[in-house]
Design a protein. Structure first.
Length: 105
């Protein structure tokens, strides 16, 4: 019969490590760009937008839609990089098990 106290203790340790990783990701900044770097976005490791930077040459009142598209692409690029970084960090915690994973029951 498994030692439930030991299992509970291991779960609590894993939760503590998980929280530490979440805190680290919150402090991490990941960048993305579009338009050859004319639009850049910075997000936290959890994907929250922190900063958008526009090269003045991309600001054209006659073509706002292009600028809007570039901002979306830059933010998406940064968020994808943040997601990859988060998955790598979580992989260290779970020993390579993908999260979320399905239990075999």
């Amino acid at each position: 019969m498994p030692d439930f106290m030991k299992i509970l203790q291991q779960a609590q340790q894993m939760q503590g490590r998980f929280q530490k990783i979440q805190d680290e990701l919150q402090q991490t900044t990941v960048g993305g760009s579009a338009g050859g770097g004319m639009v850049t976005a910075e997000v936290s490791g959890t994907g929250q937008i922190k900063r958008i930077k526009l090269d003045p040459s991309v600001v054209n009142s006659a073509d706002i839609e292009m600028l809007e598209d570039l901002v979306v692409v830059a933010v998406s690029d940064a968020q994808q990089k943040a997601q990859t970084a988060a998955q790598e960090q979580m992989g260290k915690l779970t020993g390579g098990l993908p999260l979320p994973f399905k239990l075999p029951f």
